[in-house]
Design a protein around this ligand. Structure first.
Ligand code: FEO
Length: 399
């Protein structure tokens, strides 16, 4: 028998680990794997909450069978339709053709569109309830965390919040399922990477949802990714609260795009100045080498950001263009920004970062520093000034 959500003897984890998929959404690296959590409530009426990605359907169906034997699933509750959770829906419907599919008005458009399933729908709205016998479920619509149809299911009997993507993270569940069975520090990086990569754009909506959920008595948070929070749900709520308010720690992330090393030389120089001025968390990334996923995660973590680019065909370096566009897209606020770069026969890199700075409205530290061909005394002096001021600002105002 696979591990169970054993603090409640009729609520089961029927999720799966995926260590084969290399890129989440075919873009974000999964070096530590990912899990797709699904849950089964074995009551007078049997309910499954979300399914798993299509590559794990066979394993998933056998888990359902293992828990309920020859009994039938009465309800499939669809909190979220992204295919990492709905990918086994069609197979579950085939196995249990009388099963009702529970979703909100928007859910069914996705189901018809993705899977051509058109019947056995049970529509619920905000605050509606579903009685399974002992377990009484209540539904909360939370559109845009992470898609328009997303909702959460609250088990009023056991006080479990099935929160779909919210409160989730990357990383497979390597033995431990619950927060008290794992080293939470190990998962924090993967949870923040997931937040900054996948959820971040919807931070204001996360804040509103946290306000609404604050009225519930929640003993367990059961998301669709990452550990299940049964001992300290407050820990994961605090993470999400902090990140969705754009709070940050003392530290500086320096990201640069370089072709032949001159912009990189400036990055290392300013990093040393910041370090000499007492900031221990300094991260330097070559945007061509480190995946955007990790860069975003650190920028979400630390208060200071310094962005550098060489000129590339009269524009910003392509790898930095991706960093800038994703940062602008996520809507991150409240960071200190330094700008530097290099040009030769044309400019374009620094001016593109300046344009980004105007759009995101982060607090600019000093003026932009642009070297010509190679950085010289004037640029190194300007970098000293920038490094000192940035160090002072992040130490004085980490949040
Ligand atoms: Fe885990 Fe938005 O899917």
């Amino acid at each position: 028998m696979d591990c169970r959500l054993s603090i409640m003897d009729r609520v089961h984890w029927i999720g799966v680990n995926d260590r084969e998929t290399t890129l989440f959404e075919n873009f974000w690296p999964l070096d530590r794997g990912v899990c797709y959590n699904s849950y089964l409530i074995d009551d007078e009426k049997i309910a499954v909450i979300d399914t798993v990605k299509f590559n794990k359907t066979e394993q998933y169906l056998s888990k359902v069978k293992e828990v309920i034997g020859d009994k039938k699933v009465d309800y499939l509750i669809v909190n979220h339709m992204e295919p990492d959770h709905s990918g086994s829906m069609k197979a579950l419907v085939a196995a249990y053709p009388d099963m009702k599919i529970v979703g909100n008005k928007k859910t069914f458009d996705f189901i018809r569109g993705f899977y051509d399933i058109t019947e056995n729908f049970l529509e619920v709205a905000e605050g509606d309830e579903l009685d399974l016998g002992y377990h009484k479920l209540k539904f909360f619509l939370t559109p845009m965390i992470h898609w328009p149809e997303t909702m959460m299911t609250y088990d009023q009997t056991e006080k479990i919040l099935f929160s779909m993507d919210a409160f989730g993270g990357f990383g497979s569940l390597d033995g431990g399922l619950f927060d008290d069975e794992v080293n939470v520090e190990f998962y924090e990086d993967e949870i923040r990477r997931y937040y900054s990569n996948i959820v971040a754009k919807y931070s204001p909506i996360v804040q509103r949802a946290l306000g609404r959920l604050g009225t519930l008595d929640i003993k367990v948070i059961a998301p669709t990714h990452g550990p299940i929070w049964r001992t300290s749900p407050k820990t994961i709520v605090d993470y999400y609260d902090k990140w969705s308010r754009y709070e940050a720690e003392e530290g500086v992330v320096i990201v640069y795009g370089t072709m032949y090393g001159n912009t990189a030389k400036m990055a290392d120089y300013v990093a040393r100045i910041i370090s000499e001025n007492g900031v221990k968390n300094v991260r330097v990334y070559d945007a061509s080498k480190t995946h955007l996923s990790y860069i975003l995660s650190d920028i979400w973590r630390f208060k200071g950001v310094i962005l550098g680019s060489c000129a590339y065909n009269m524009n910003v370096f392509p790898a930095m263009e991706l960093v800038l566009s994703k940062l602008e897209h996520t809507g991150l606020k409240n960071r200190y920004l330094g700008v530097f770069g290099n040009k030769s026969w044309s400019g374009g890199g620094v001016s593109a970062i300046d344009t980004f700075a105007e759009k995101v409205k982060w607090e600019k530290i000093g003026t932009s520093i642009e070297a010509t061909y190679t950085p010289k005394d004037a640029e190194f002096e300007a970098l000293i000034k920038l490094g000192k001021e940035m160090a002072q600002r992040v130490k004085d105002n980490p949040l």
